[in-house]
Design a binder for this molecule. Structure first.
Ligand SMILES: *Cc1c(COP(=O)(O)O)cnc(C)c1O
Length: 356
């Protein structure tokens, strides 16, 4: 049976990317050797890293005064790398759920944390607005897309202090004004690659702002100076990331990908709003394009397990909501085809008919 992959992460990658990755495991770029069995310091692999950086810069329009590097450890390692490098006095965090709470917990080990705003009062179903970012912060921190709750910032904020963003689950899904940020980072396993590689985009002046003596691997300068090659980088995920970026460019670049994401999300949100059995969980203006959360309407809650089973029988994969929100979550990352969203919508419509 055809499967429609809505997994939240690790998640769907384009078929052509998987094919290229499979091939490289056997014969890496015509070297006659497996990608898994070569030195990362060969010219062929150095070209992959250079390519990945160039494509990243081109697709996201990253200005010249920003560095890009790839490193292991996942986004969760950056939760402490960021305060270790940049927090001396006080940092400001917007609390939008699990991923910022984890980042806040780590930051508190290095300095004072001010919660500038929070949406905890409504189980994180919106993005806080209308606050002022204090000027006495070492940096201001947000999570751009809250994978678990399905909320997403729709504007690049103006911050009087360096702004840092976790873009693990919406990187390269929409245009971003990179110049508004001092540092953007994320685990690549949601939209770009298999698990194992983290991307960091850092503005040049931040390299002089490191506030303490640090272990070499923790210092941001190490990875910039050594071009992601201080130690053995995650070779395979970086290769796949490069292939995903090539795919994005061939598909028409970020503008076209964004257009598709808007189209897919509209299809599904329209059905959620129309269908009498389902409702959205997030304030409409903050709805994520990537992680689309919904539940059964009041009085129909008991139908949730039946809908999950029904959707599964129609080939839907990964639509069970996170336990903190319940209900359903369809993650519609870049590689998720419109056809998958149409299949889910059809499934919801059929389910509604069955319960008329
Ligand atoms: C998945 C996720 C993380 C955690 O990433 P790891 O690479 O597993 O550490 C952090 N932030 C956001 C927004 C995520 O979606």
């Amino acid at each position: 049976m055809k499967k429609y992959n809505f997994n939240a992460g690790p998640s769907i990658l384009p078929d052509v990317v998987l094919e290229a990755a499979a091939k490289a495991i056997i014969d890496f770029d015509g070297t006659g050797l497996s990608l898994l069995s070569i030195s990362h310091r060969t010219p062929e692999f150095e070209a992959v890293v250079a390519d990945a950086k160039n494509l990243f810069r081109e697709l996201l329009s990253i200005p010249e005064n920003y560095h890009i590097f790839f490193v292991g450890g996942g986004a969760s390692t950056q939760f402490f790398h960021i305060p270790a490098n940049f927090l001396k006095g006080k940092a400001g965090y917007v609390d939008t759920g699990v991923w910022t709470k984890k980042a806040i917990k780590e930051a508190k080990k290095y300095g004072e944390v001010e919660i500038v705003a929070s949406s905890a009062d409504k189980n994180y179903n919106y993005i806080p607005k209308g606050y002022t970012i204090p000027e006495d912060l070492d940096y201001f921190y947000i999570c751009a897309n809250n994978t678990i709750y399905g909320t997403e910032y729709k504007v690049d904020l103006d911050s009087p202090v360096p702004m840092i963003a976790d873009m693990s689950s919406d990187i390269l899904s929409r245009p971003v004004d990179v110049s508004k940020y001092a540092l953007i980072y994320g685990g690549a396993q949601k939209n770009l690659a298999p698990a194992g590689v983290t991307f960091v985009i850092v503005r040049d002046d931040m390299l002089q702002r490191v506030v303490r003596e640090l272990p070499t691997m923790v210092n941001v300068n190490t990875h910039v100076e050594n071009n992601s090659m201080f130690n053995t980088p995650p070779v395979f995920p970086i290769y796949v990331l490069r292939e995903t970026l090539k795919w994005m460019k061939a598909e028409g670049g970020l503008e076209e990908i964004y257009r598709r994401n808007v189209e897919k999300a509209a299809l599904l949100y329209d059905e959620i709003d129309r269908n009498s059995l389902f409702r959205g969980t997030v304030e409409k203006e903050d709805r994520s394009l990537m992680n689309i959360c919904f539940v059964m309407t009041e009085g129909n809650e008991d139908l949730a397990p039946e809908f999950l089973e029904f959707a599964k029988s129609r080939g839907m994969v990964g639509i069970k909501g996170h336990r903190l929100v319940g209900g359903f979550r369809a993650s519609c990352y870049n590689a998720c085809p419109k056809e998958s969203v149409e299949a889910l919508v059809a499934c919801m419509q059929e389910f509604e008919q069955m319960h008329k």
